[in-house]
Ligand binder design. Structure first.
Ligand SMILES: *[C@@H]1O[C@H](CO)[C@@H](O)[C@H](O)[C@H]1NC(C)=O
Ligand SMILES: *[C@@H]1O[C@H](CO)[C@@H](O)[C@H](O)[C@H]1NC(C)=O
Ligand SMILES: *[C@@H]1O[C@H](CO)[C@@H](O)[C@H](O)[C@H]1NC(C)=O
Ligand SMILES: *[C@@H]1O[C@H](CO)[C@@H](O)[C@H](O)[C@H]1NC(C)=O
Ligand SMILES: *[C@@H]1O[C@H](CO)[C@@H](O)[C@H](O)[C@H]1NC(C)=O
Length: 775
């Protein structure tokens, strides 16, 4: 029944899309969604209602009167908390006319954002690192609400069990929106709000088919359930994936509440919906926003996520975003605005080893989460086949794409497939459909030695590039190649860890070199958390398995770790600003792994740099008591924007209703009171001495004395003045200067660190110094 309905729906959708595309191509007045930012102070005196003003504004620029068939509802959203303005369906000419309109600050076209997951079901117990259990013990109930912008939530998951929780905090103004599969009773003291945002999506992609997709907060995809549970899931005993690795699953802030804002649908996450969700979440009273998606436009003032996050920060909301999965190449970051906490991903100390034993007797190690009825005997060898060639350039025949495997060749064999183009679990499905009995998934140069385990539907082992080359060589050169696969379960205490994930997006920050990004790294590889029961752990339509927990990898997974820790910090220190919370997370982060060696990079096994890991790996228990913080207010961020060569109109995007103006308080963008320090010394005009300024606020013992230590750099001498800071009271602010004097210009950036210590606290800022070549 369902299958037939889905097929019928698909056919209809296809014809609808064809017609829609044909119209789009022939009709110059095709409407698209535009987000329009308005200057609240320009509201004409004769009008009291903003929506009325927005309607009149739109009517004034509509070319011809709307015909009866034409949808009169041009305005799909009105925004009023984190952002001022509306979203409307307009044709290109109308949008251009609107830009000239009275009170119009900016008009941006709708953009599509993507979830930052690599969708790799793998395996891990979320029993947190070091002291997290200790420090959440006394915080089982608190009033912090984390808004999660994602694919919705699966309310039946035990991670959202509210047994024993105190009543919903009085400040909370959110609601539980109902729809198919989601009733009022699905919200509770853990899930305190659930809303959906789809007008932008529908305006672009047509009506959501309610038979096919839940047009309600219910999570069909699983991603939103996973991220929400990582933030604030209640402890669940005996969490596991397909019987593997029992453990306690819990969120980073098990006492916090979650509010789910569903902004992502099967076709993506649209900026007008994201903007509306942030605006609504801030009005509802969230304290923290967790946003595991990105994309959009790389500019401070045109990226609606950046603009809305500024509005949230103005209202005291901490915003944590994923850095992106564009690594290991440089300059691959998203969400780089300084008022956002940008989170990269690293490994934890769990692994899922498996082996490939070749006919030669050689054994190579890989990873897998395979668990199923089909068992490859360790004793027996099976024929092995590789459809690619031995050339070093990628061979399309080796990718196991749909329809490329000949059952006559692969039936009964273990097939070697190269990573790339299609999802990893789908390659396994292709091998299985063609009659293959197992798969060896080989990394190529693009992934190096980083191993991501998946919940495959047939016995499968993922191997690194080097092991893959050896296996492929054997398969191509031996007259009778054979292999067998074995699955060894879960291994703990993996060393070294953490290691920065190869997929984690890297700096430098393309918008402003003086702001080091990412800010921190957090666990984002093989993370176990709650899952939807609408799809199987591989997310493939053919996967009939249903699991309560699943393993995913991506900066989508590391972001909610930071959101959860931020919620704990907010609960303990309600008076801390978003900047103070970020500072506490950054200055207490560590840059060593569990072998006490500097952090490494999974992509090349070389040392990781601050362009990969920012200030380092979060250390929740130390972030609780950082000693000093680099605090900032809204005007500080605005002054930073004033250094970014924005036009007055572009700046207005951030000053909105307030009459904020540039005080030219910062001589250099690097003077923003950021917890990391990035010194940029251009050659033309030649700068060989640069002084940056910082102010620290004492949040530790009232009377304390801090001494500065700076790591030496090859290309410059570094001087901190004063070298000692004497505090005599709590919340006292003291300033210092850090001066870089070039000794010899280096062609590549140099990295170091500045530590302020009172003997008990270590307040560390990473230092990056970049000598720009002449333009
Ligand atoms: C938890 O609370 C108890 C009693 O209030 C206190 O003795 C203990 O130190 C607290 N533990 C932590 C980790 O704050
Ligand atoms: C919630 O947790 C409580 C206590 O652990 C348990 O008794 C109850 O059955 C759980 N409820 C659900 C719906 O899982
Ligand atoms: C798989 O093989 C092992 C021995 O190699 C055996 O102990 C186990 O029971 C088998 N499992 C299944 C599900 O057949
Ligand atoms: C590929 O195979 C050919 C023939 O066996 C051999 O001459 C050549 O060196 C191989 N190339 C690589 C890159 O292994
Ligand atoms: C405008 O700026 C002045 C001086 O800075 C301030 O007193 C006033 O409250 C501001 N007005 C608004 C609407 O923010």
């Amino acid at each position: 029944m369902v299958g037939i309905a889905a097929k019928w729906f698909f056919l209809c959708l296809t014809c609808y899309l064809t017609v829609a595309i044909a119209i789009a191509m022939t009709n110059p007045s095709t409407k698209k969604t535009y987000i329009v930012q308005m200057d609240k102070s320009a509201l004409p005196e004769s009008i009291t209602d903003h929506l009325e003003w927005y309607s009149l504004t739109v009517k004034s620029i509509i070319a011809k009167p709307e015909s009866a068939e034409d949808d009169p509802e041009r305005i799909i959203y009105s925004y009023g908390t984190a952002f001022h303005g509306f979203a409307a369906r307009l044709c290109k000419e109308e949008a251009e006319r609107l830009e000239e309109g009275h009170g119009v600050v900016a008009v941006y076209p709708e953009t599509v954002y993507q979830l930052h997951t690599t969708r790799s079901p793998t395996f891990l117990g979320l029993e947190p690192e070091d002291s997290t259990s200790v420090w959440s013990e006394n915080l089982s109930h608190h009033d912090v609400v984390v808004g999660v912008l994602d694919t919705g939530i699966w309310p039946e998951s035990s991670s959202f069990n509210d047994t024993g929780m105190t009543p919903i905090p009085a400040h909370w103004k959110g609601v539980c929106e109902t729809g198919r599969g989601f009733k009022k009773h699905h919200c509770n003291k853990k899930i305190v709000g659930a809303r959906i945002f789809y007008h932008g999506y529908e305006a672009a992609s047509g009506k959501i088919n309610e038979q096919d997709e839940f047009k309600s907060p219910r999570d069909q995809d699983g991603h939103g359930t996973h991220t929400a549970a990582t933030v604030a899931g209640s402890p669940v005993q005996g969490a596991n994936l397909l019987g593997y690795a029992h453990g306690i699953a819990r969120g980073m802030a098990p006492g916090a509440r979650v509010a789910s804002y569903k902004v992502c649908w099967t076709g993506g996450c649209f900026s007008s919906d994201i903007l509306s969700a942030i605006d609504r979440a801030v009005a509802d009273g969230v304290n923290v926003l967790s946003i595991s998606l990105g994309g959009g436009i790389s500019s401070y003032y045109r990226d609606s996520l950046s603009v809305a996050a500024f509005g949230a920060m103005e209202m005291g909301v901490f915003v944590s975003c994923s850095a992106g999965n564009g690594g290991p190449g440089p300059i691959s970051l998203t969400n780089v605005s300084p008022w956002i906490t940008t989170v990269g991903a690293s490994t934890i100390d769990r692994d899922f080893p498996s082996t490939v034993k070749l006919g030669t007797g050689q054994t190579l190690t890989g990873v897998s989460l395979y668990k199923g009825r089909m068992n490859l005997s360790k004793k027996q060898q099976y024929p092995l086949v590789y459809m690619g060639s031995n050339s070093s350039s990628p061979d399309p025949n080796s990718l196991c794409l749909e329809g490329t495997l000949d059952p006559h060749i692969v039936t009964g064999k273990i097939v070697i497939c190269d990573r790339g183009i299609s999802p990893r679990v789908q390659k396994g499905q292709v091998v299985k459909d063609a009659g293959g009995i197992g798969m060896i998934l080989s990394n190529t140069e693009a992934n190096g030695e980083e191993l991501v385990a998946d919940c495959h539907l047939l016995p499968a082992v993922a191997v690194g590039e080097t092991a893959g080359k050896g296996i492929k060589h054997y398969a191509l050169t031996s007259s009778n190649p054979t292999a067998t696969l074995a699955f060894l379960g879960t291994k703990l205490g993996v060393r070294p860890s953490p290691v920065v994930a190869a997929f984690s997006s890297r700096g430098p920050n393309f918008l402003t070199l003086e702001i080091l990004k990412p800010d921190v790294v957090a666990p984002g590889v093989n993370i176990l958390a709650a899952w939807t029961e609408a799809v199987g752990p591989s997310s493939l339509p053919t996967d009939r398995r249903r699991v309560k927990f699943n393993i995913l990898s991506g900066t989508s997974m590391s972001c909610p770790h930071v959101s959860g820790v931020a919620a704990l910090l907010k609960a303990i220190h309600p008076e801390w600003s978003p900047a103070a919370i970020k500072s506490a997370l950054m200055t207490t982060a560590y840059v060593h792994d569990n072998t006490l060696k500097p952090l490494k990079d999974a992509s090349n096994h070389a040392l990781s740099s601050p362009f990969d890991h920012g200030a380092g790996h979060i250390n929740p228990s130390r972030a609780l008591d950082p000693g000093l913080v680099y605090d900032m207010g809204v005007q500080d961020y605005f002054e930073f924007l004033c250094t970014q060569k924005l036009t007055p109109t572009q700046l207005k995007v951030f000053s909105k209703s307030s009459n904020r103006s540039c005080g030219n308080a910062l001589a250099n963008p690097g003077d923003l009171n950021y917890p990391s320090i990035s010194a940029v010394l251009p050659e033309k005009p030649s700068v060989s001495v640069l002084t940056l300024h910082r102010t620290v606020t004492n949040v530790g013992p009232p009377v304390s004395t801090y001494h500065a230590t700076v790591s030496p750099l090859k290309g410059a001498s570094v001087k901190v003045e004063p070298e000692t800071l004497h505090f005599t009271s709590k919340h006292q602010k003291l300033s210092y200067k850090i001066t870089f004097t070039t000794k010899s210009r280096q062609s590549t950036p140099e990295f170091g660190g500045l530590i302020w210590s009172d003997g008990e606290h270590r307040v560390r800022s990473p230092i990056v110094i970049t000598w720009l070549p002449p333009i």
